[in-house]
Design a protein around this ligand. Structure first.
Ligand code: FAD
Length: 382
């Protein structure tokens, strides 16, 4: 089915991305997975091509592209062969630099957004802590104001781009006594090279080319001018940007499911059992039809959310539905796809097996399915 949210410019961008990823990412995906990182050179090439920070104003290196370009990027990253690399790029483009753009002053944007659009700096969002994930208001990383500096102490975990990243948009408590607690949360940019910042890479079951880290802050002296917006604005900014983050996460789920379906159809047409391609068995045909239907239903909701979000409207309820439901849907699709690959689907050299592990994170990261349902229930007045 054709959808009319994409203009010819969006489609040209898609063609450029698909060609670039096929040449510069897919052939190296296994190597990057093994090294547990995507090389800095690919970020610089992405920057040169205009694939980073394209939504920001020209004075900061972007082209002021609309949000539908972000959707195209998310879809093409889903097909780039390296889901971990996709997480890194979306983490940078849609989930962290966005705060600098939303809250930053002109000077802060010049200083940080400009290198983020060229790929010279990689950005991360650091909210989650060992003791506080879903409950963002319970974070305990402290930023205490001392003269023209904040002294930051605390720990973050599960941070994408957290090991190789240069800029950490970090959620801190600037007021530990604030009531409600979330009104004491602020966002501050901490440079990973600052004295007192250290990180350990975490070993995951999938998404290997994305570096995920725990980060420690020990008496880190951060200039007060690194605060984004005003003290106490952090939680509200995080909740605002979650709309975009969750929309992008859902789009990745839909397009990755589509990619898996296409690969699985090819496989079932080639694989022969009982003297015929397994795609000829009715039970298998029906399974593929169920997968395709699941995907189309989610795609329709996702594109509608994207269209309304791009017009600047609040679609928190529907985007939360989309994130919750697509996170579960893509896991159903990859489970069934693995089944249809038989024993080969369980072998690490098969892409579907790797995707099985990669995709387990999507119903957890960026807000769990349960937390999405809590938000939806609240917005439904129940
Ligand atoms: C691959 C990956 C990348 C990530 N990248 C980042 C990143 O870049 N930056 C960042 O800040 N964080 C990141 N995260 C962290 C992620 O956002 C958190 O893991 C997630 O929000 C859940 O928090 P938690 O792990 O503390 O789980 P918990 O909050 O401890 O939840 C545990 C379980 O309890 C359930 N639960 C909790 N509260 C409720 C409730 N009220 N009602 C019903 N059920 C509930 C949850 O749904 C979950 O099933 C990443 C995580 C992963 C896996």
């Amino acid at each position: 089915m054709k959808y009319d949210i994409f203009s010819s410019e969006h489609e040209q961008f898609r063609d450029q991305l698909r060609k670039f990823f096929a040449e510069k990412v897919a052939p190296f995906a296994d190597e990057w997975d093994e090294k547990r990182e995507s090389p800095r050179s690919i970020w610089l090439e992405m920057g040169k091509m205009g694939f980073l920070g394209f939504g920001y104003a020209p004075e900061y290196g972007g082209v002021g592209a609309d949000d539908i370009f972000r959707i195209v990027m998310a879809e093409e990253l889903s097909r780039c062969g390296s889901p971990g690399f996709g997480v890194g790029v979306c983490g940078h483009n849609d989930m962290s630099t966005t705060y600098i753009n939303l809250l930053g002053t002109h000077e802060q944007k010049l200083k940080w957004l400009t290198p983020c659009t060229t790929g010279e700096a990689i950005c991360a969002i650091a909210v989650t802590e060992p003791g506080a994930g879903s409950d963002v208001a319970a974070i305990s990383t402290r930023a205490e104001r001392k003269g023209d500096k904040y002294i930051v102490n605390g720990q973050k975990t599960f941070i994408s781009n957290g090991y190789y990243g240069d800029l950490l948009v970090t959620a801190v408590k600037t007021d530990t006594k604030a009531k409600p607690a979330h009104s004491g949360i602020s966002l501050i940019v901490i440079e990973s090279k600052m004295k007192g910042v250290s990180a350990n890479k975490l070993e995951k079951i999938g998404g290997h080319s994305s570096d995920t880290a725990e980060i420690f802050f020990e008496d880190v002296e951060v200039p007060a001018e690194n605060l984004l917006g005003e003290e106490g604005q952090g939680f509200y900014a995080i909740m605002t940007n979650f709309q975009l983050e969750r929309l992008i996460a859902g789009i990745i789920c839909v397009e990755t499911a589509q990619y898996i379906l296409e690969k699985t159809i090819e496989y079932t047409k080639e694989r022969v059992a009982f003297k015929k391609p397994i795609s000829k068995f009715q039970v298998i045909k029906h399974k593929l039809v169920d997968m395709a239907t699941d995907i189309e239903l989610h795609r329709a909701l996702g594109y509608k959310c994207a269209e309304v979000y791009a017009q600047g409207e609040d679609v928190t309820k529907e985007i939360s539905m989309f994130k919750a439901s697509t996170g579960e849907m893509v896991n159903r699709v990859v489970y069934d796809a693995t089944q249809l690959h038989g024993g080969y689907g369980y072998m690490a050299e098969y892409e579907v097996a790797r995707l099985y592990a990669d995709l387990r994170a999507v119903s957890i990261a960026g807000g769990t399915t349960e937390i999405m349902k809590e938000i939806i229930a609240r917005l439904m007045g129940i």
